[in-house]
Design a protein around this ligand. Structure first.
Ligand code: GUN
Length: 283
């Protein structure tokens, strides 16, 4: 079997078209959605992610504001910026690009963002609401993965979904969203003693480890659906995922490529969340 490609670029573009229509309609009513991104320090990967987010906002006609701060910025100054954005009426969404430098308390910073503008879905109130299945902003990457599965017509109910990774950004919420669609969910992580014993039982395998090509053909079950959240570099410096794509595609029923899989969906859902936030001004 050679697996079918789950094309995140194409699915993302389809979703972006309907977001675009809603943005246009909102702008006709005098409301321009606005996103503020705070970028601290000079991590090259974070710079790339943020510039992609800004480009996508521009293309969509969403107002975007970038606040660039040095790696030495104090926590206090960062919190002051957030406070200003919380009350700025032209801003509907606030995103603080992670990771932050070590001297800054990440949880404190996230908690300072108004839950009404928490388009990343990382605020404790957003996380609590997500767990309780109450309406809230859902974290963009796991939300994007759910949209990929939906558009690729992957059945989730009753399936064994295995998530490798337990970050607050991806792994933990990913498992919860799959659980809410009635999957049986197993989490694996760096302390899991026999990874293969579990991943080979997965009908749906979501990999978010940040380790290049760590998942090979012998980690996956014949016919599984594999979602690769990784954005890594291989030994030649070429962009690749956490999954050894060429080895695994022969065995699975469907797989996301890197690039062009999960990445475009993360940004699409950020645009979606920003739009939802702006729409609250209508009522
Ligand atoms: N760093 C890596 N992924 C993300 C994300 O989705 N949001 C933020 N704010 N930072 C990140």
């Amino acid at each position: 079997m050679s697996g079918k490609l789950i094309n995140g670029k194409e699915i993302g573009n389809t979703i972006r078209q309907s977001i675009q229509q809603e943005v246009n309609a909102l702008k006709e009513q005098g409301i321009t959605p606005g996103l503020a991104v705070i970028l601290v320090g000079d991590d090259p990967a974070s710079h790339t992610y943020v510039s992609n987010k800004q480009k996508s906002c521009e293309q969509m006609g969403i107002y975007s504001e970038l606040i660039k701060l040095s790696a030495e910025v104090t926590e206090e100054t960062l919190l002051q910026h957030i406070e200003q954005l919380n009350t700025n009426p032209s801003i509907d969404g606030i995103l603080v690009q992670l990771p932050l430098p070590k001297h800054i308390d990440e949880q404190k910073v996230i908690a300072a963002i108004s839950p009404d503008k928490d388009v990343d879905g990382f605020h404790p109130i957003s996380v609590g609401k997500m767990l309780l299945k109450q309406p809230t902003f859902l974290p963009c990457t796991p939300y994007g993965v759910m949209k990929l599965l939906e558009h690729a017509n992957v059945d989730i109910a009753g399936k064994h979904a295995v998530v490798i990774g337990r970050s607050h950004i991806v792994g933990v919420p990913m498992g919860q969203l799959l659980l809410q669609k009635d999957a049986t969910v197993t989490y694996c992580h760096s302390k899991t003693p026999d990874l293969k014993a579990i991943t080979t039982q997965a009908d749906i395998l979501v990999v978010a480890t940040g380790r290049a090509k760590m998942i090979g053909a012998d980690h996956v079950k014949e016919g599984a659906v594999v979602i690769d959240v990784g954005m890594d570099r291989d030994e030649n410096g070429k962009l690749c995922g956490d999954v050894d794509f060429d080895a695994v595609i022969e065995k699975v029923s469907a797989i996301t490529p890197v690039p062009g899989g999960v990445g475009p969906m993360t940004i699409t859902m950020l645009l979606f969340n920003t739009l939802q936030s702006a729409k609250k001004k209508l009522s």
